[in-house]
Design a protein around this ligand. Structure first.
Ligand code: G3I
Length: 426
């Protein structure tokens, strides 16, 4: 188990201006609020300093006069009662040219004062992201973003069968290995995705004239090779991805049509044999709200559990859209409860919320993300919270949808603050 990273870094907007103070609401059980930042005020000087005031719940924590573009490392601590607190960083003074401060590596630490009663084991819920390890993600500013703001990754496409087993028995591990090794070198955990899916399959599989036994052999070899190759580096897998049609019936994938419904227990069995320590998930979309698909998934995992199939949990993808009705948080909580009652762990595995790209919808978007994060935090069965795309440049929904937690300039949106606060509320 990779040790949880240091307290969350809320990697703030690169600039705070006199016109726009930064306000962050934190809720936590830790007993001290700590803050460190590197701040500089380009364009200011001793005659026209910029006054920065940091307050917590309207009480000043720190006042600083920034007089030059020289970076200053600042920090302060204050014991706080557990609960919700509002941190406000405002700027005043200066003159037009220097009405901005550049703040980066802003860390709002949540630590205990010496002697404080530990509030009990704090549950750490990794915040992870789909990752392609493209140059922009690895080297550019976003590379810093992944390192400082996420705890894990899921290879977005690199582990898909069409890209790895390009011919039967011929495997290309270079790209997925690079992503896995990059994440692990940063101390991040990796979620394997996906083993058995109805799409992104290589032509040799789709074009084959398979008997049941032959296709079972193909699936067995694929699963065994992948899980064995990543054993010790990948500790959890989406073994089955999207097995159900929208009406809750078994999706007529090649696997279902040739092997039959048994392809699902067989896949879990073979994954477990390859790595008995790995946590094995069934990952689905649109099954987290009331309806036929939800009921069918509950029935499926209940049946698998009863048959001692080595399935550990359900992945809730969460590809949401502000054009659809808002997620009913009570329904989401009830859906998660159904899966937990069936003996499942839970992960939110692919959260994104499509917007119209406007700033106004960023607030609504934050509400939607926060609903999922609150529901995850509310049950110890929820082990991970993954968003589908590091930032809006990387989103499969398209840049215009602004569907992720960070905008195109890698600036955190209200959704990131809301998710971080909800996951850390434990
Ligand atoms: O890499 C090729 C590029 O060389 C080529 O020029 C380009 C145009 O054809 O295609 C590129 O591959 C695309 C790949 O994404 C990488 O960008 C594929 O066409 C495209 O189909 C693929 O889409 C991915 C999709 O899964 C299908 O694999 C999305 O990025 C990815 O976000 C999406 O993720 C899925 C999850 O795996 C499962 N749950 C649903 C989710 C959304 O569909």
């Amino acid at each position: 188990m990779i040790a949880p990273p240091p307290p969350p870094v809320i990697h703030q907007i690169k600039q705070i201006t006199t016109a726009a103070p930064l306000v962050v609401t934190l809720s936590h059980r830790a007993a001290t609020f700590g803050l460190t930042m590197n701040a500089k005020a380009a364009g200011c000087n001793r005659d026209h300093p910029l006054k920065m005031v940091v307050s917590v719940d309207k009480k000043q924590l720190m006042t600083v006069r920034l007089k030059s573009s020289k970076t200053r490392a600042l920090s302060a601590d204050r014991p706080l009662k557990p609960g919700r607190h509002k941190v406000r960083i405002s700027l005043s003074g200066g003159r037009r040219r220097c009405a901005r401060a550049t703040v980066d590596e802003l860390r709002l630490k949540l630590t205990l004062v010496p002697g404080a009663t530990p509030p009990g084991p704090k549950r750490f819920i990794p915040l992870a992201t789909a990752f392609t390890s493209s140059p922009a993600e690895r080297v550019g500013a976003s590379g810093d973003l992944f390192r400082t703001s996420f705890d894990g990754l899921t290879p977005e496409n690199a582990m898909k069968m069409t890209y790895v087993e390009t011919a039967r028995g011929t495997y290309h591990f270079e790209t997925p290995d690079a992503i896995v090794d990059y994440g692990r070198a940063l101390g991040k955990s990796v979620h394997g995705h996906p083993l058995v899916w109805h799409t992104q399959l290589p032509g040799w599989v789709l074009r084959g004239k398979w008997s049941r036994g032959d296709l079972e052999a193909v699936m067995h070899e694929w699963i065994n090779t992948m899980v064995t190759h990543y054993k010790g580096r990948v500790s959890e897998w989406d073994v089955i991805n999207e097995p159900l049609s929208d009406d809750g019936t078994l999706r007529p994938s090649i696997w279902a049509q040739v092997i039959g419904p048994d392809y699902i227990p067989l896949a879990f069995k073979w994954a477990h044999e390859a790595d008995p320590t790995a946590k094995l998930y069934l990952n689905e979309y649109d099954a987290e709200l009331p309806g036929k698909k939800h009921d069918a998934l509950v029935a499926l995992v209940t049946k698998l559990r009863k048959a001692d199939v080595p399935i550990d949990g359900v992945g809730i993808q969460g590809h949401w859209n502000l054009q659809a009705p808002p997620i009913n948080e009570a329904d989401l909580r009830a859906a998660v409860r159904d899966f937990v009652k069936a003996g499942m762990l839970i992960q939110f595995t692919e959260l994104d919320v499509v917007t119209d790209g406007s700033a106004l919808q960023q607030i609504t978007q934050a509400d939607e993300f926060a609903k999922a994060a609150r529901v995850c935090q509310s049950t110890t069965a929820c082990t991970r919270f993954t968003v589908w795309g590091l930032d809006d440049n990387m989103s499969w929904r398209g840049v215009g949808s602004a569907a992720t937690l960070f905008d195109r300039s890698y600036t955190p949106k209200p959704a990131f603050i809301a998710v971080r606060a909800a996951l850390d509320a434990g």
